[in-house]
Every structure is written in structure tokens, then in C-alpha cells.
Write a protein that binds this ligand. Sequence first.
Ligand code: SF4
Ligand code: SF4
Ligand code: SF4
Length: 298
Amino acid sequence: MPNTFAEIQNEMRNIAKELLESGEATMVIGWEKGALPYQSTPVMIRSAEDVDKLIWDEYCQQNLSTYLIDYIYTDEKVAIFAKGCDTRAYNRLIQDNRIKAEKSIVIGVPCLGMKNAREAAKLPEGAEVPMANACKECRYPNPVTFDRKIGEDVTPWCTERDFSDVEAIEALSADEKYAFWQSQYTKCIRCYACRNICPACNCTSCIFDQSASGWCSKDVNASENQFYGVTRAFHVAGRCIECGQCEMVCPSEVPIMLMNKKFIKDIDSLFGAHEAGIDIDTPAPLSHFSVSDPEEFM
Ligand code: SF4
Ligand code: SF4
Ligand code: SF4
């Protein structure tokens, strides 16, 4: 069983070649090396001749399931490599009817935790790079669903979430909380990177692209930015799979996961403990609807 980065990478290339040559997949999505040592970025491979672009290293954090949305209405059959968080996102997208299982092939890859690319960019060359924040609290490094799998499962290093950062904010007064979030969202430049990378932020039409609706404007200021941040947190509530990608890509270092974790904590206490995306059968709180839902006017 391949287990080192090099062995798994080699097996990834073999599988990608096999899928493309046989025509079983029209495209394979994996990671390739970026311009800098701490950058590994998504790559779409369509030809067996290009499979050597595929890499597997400690910076392959970006969630690949999100890209499947673009191919739901095409004739493509797309294979993706998927860590635990990618497979949780995959399940969530199936539940949201945003992708179809029959149009994709999931090749599971156990994950040892990715390094923090943001911190790596600030550290001197050769310095020890810490684990990415979301990975420190990851309870599902092994794929939770797959068609094929590479490597042996790893032992999860975290068994429960640490809400101490959320509790520290909860302990503040209302004015202090407002001041904290205002200071954070004043930095936001409304680039929407956090929305665009997020597998839970998958609406076909986003409220923040509908400025004529009157609900929100394109203004970049503390008030509009906070409205954006809180609204986005509500829209992913119960569906966030805690991959931490939103926070990782934020150029302004807004602590987006703090807000997500507050929602997760509240959902757990209101609806019972919920882990988004670990299967496709458990209904997600706040986004599952049934004809038996109590609603007097219906
Ligand atoms: S969240 Fe988990 S599965 Fe995803 S990159 Fe981090 S450790 Fe790996
Ligand atoms: S809100 Fe952030 S952590 Fe949650 S699924 Fe989206 S990108 Fe991942
Ligand atoms: S990624 Fe950061 S700066 Fe960009 S919209 Fe999101 S919170 Fe604002």
C-alpha cells in the first residue's frame, strides 16, 4: 500500500493515466506545484501525457469537490482526488443537488494534515511550518466516501472541536463584540475569495451579486462588509464542512472560521451535534426541507 508522499503521488499519476487512457474519465482534477514552495494549486488534466503535473505534498489543502459544480450540466465525467474534507464537501454538494455521483469518480487519499501556507509565506526559508489551523481540528482526515482509494487510513489526531476561541468572544460584552467584528470586517475588501472557494457557498445566484435587490450594496465599508460576513455565515450554517479554505484565502486575514465555529457551536446546542458531510443520509439542520414540516399556510 503506498503511504509516503512520493508513493501516493506516483499512484495518483498511474490512476489518472489509466482513467484518461481508458476514457473512464474525461478529466482528472488534482494538485500541481505552484510558483512558490508553499503553493500547491488545483490542476485540471485532460490528457494522459500531462499526468506528471500531478503532485501530492503537504500544501495540497485546497478543496477540489467545488470544481465538480461546473461540470454538472456537461457530458464530462470528472475524477477528483479527495482528502477527508474534499469528501465531506462532496457529500454536501450531493445533498444540495449541486453535483451528481454518476458524473464523477472520487479517488480517496488519507491526509496527514496540511501545512499553513499563510504562515509559510511569512517564515524564513527552512523554518518549521505549523499545521493549517483547520487541519489542527480535523476529525476526518480519511475520505468518508470514495470509488477508489490510495494509501492506508491515518489515525485522526483530534477527536473533538476546541471552542475556546468562540467562548472567549462570547464572554465579551455586546459593545466589545461589535467593536471586535467591526475591526475585523473593516479590513475586508469584498474580494469574495471566501465565497468563491467555499463548497458550502454554492448558490447559482448569490445575493451579493444582486445589488439591485436593495438588500445589500457593492459599497466596501464596515457596515456592508459585516452584513456580508454575517449573511455568508448564516448561508453556510449547518453545511460548513470546516475545511478552513475561506479563512486561508482571505487576503485581509479576517478570522472567518471564528464566525463559522460560533454557528456550529450554536447549531449543536439547538439541534444536537451535527457533522456536515460525513454521509449523505443525515439531514443538515437549517437546509433540509420535508413536506411534513409544520407550516400552517401550506
Ligand atoms: S481539513 Fe482534514 S482532510 Fe482537509 S486538509 Fe486538513 S487535515 Fe486534511
Ligand atoms: S465556510 Fe469556510 S470552512 Fe466552511 S465549507 Fe466554506 S470554505 Fe470550508
Ligand atoms: S476573502 Fe476576506 S477580504 Fe475577501 S470578501 Fe472574504 S472576508 Fe472579505
